[in-house]
Ligand binder design. Sequence first.
Ligand code: TIU
Length: 225
Amino acid sequence: MIAEIDARPFTFRMPIDGTALILIDMQRDFLDPGGFGAALGNDVCLLRPAVAACGRLLATFRASGMPVIHTREAHRPDLSDCPPAKRLRGTPLLRIGDEGPMGRILIAGDAGTEIVTECAPAAGELVIDKPGKGAFYNTDLNRYLGDNGITTLVVGGVTTEVCVQTTLREANDRGYDCLLIEEATESYVPEFKRVTLDMIRAQGAIVGWTCTLSAFESGLARCFH
Ligand code: TIU
């Protein structure tokens, strides 16, 4: 069964049996005060609208029985997977591994790295801890997708031009078709969100497609009825 989604720059044909939802880094460290995003000098409120949209996407995928994958940007407590070039970059208020109000910044197992309640993984959903911005770098994601016959990714998460765009480009180069849901992603710099969406779908979907949440839901509903 193929769902035809009204997307940009043209219709996205989504094979129901070969599609997974991947939600990128919907973590307290990016969405809540006192985390990594705030330490970098950002207004974390700007990302909030993505939470409800990702929650709606999750509900849709769970109801249809399609697989769901969550990622977290998270490092080992000994920081052996965090290159100094990443940790020492710039002048944040707190660096990766520093103690903050939600535990150590971006360290696996600490409270800040947890996914926000509204998007919390359900039993059986894959959760991937990734040391990079892209979800394919130094993770088992590509093997999991191959083993499960997944050719197509529906994508949401934060931030649009950093971990989401990096993941879309990595996926595109590995042969996956990607559809980014417009309301399900946000940036600390709204202009960057807008131009990232433009970049992704430019030149005949050079990186992928985008669509609204309602276009996605109605395309999927048409396929099932
Ligand atoms: N800083 C920023 O916009 N993003 C990140 O550091 N990580 C993710 O996007 N997840």
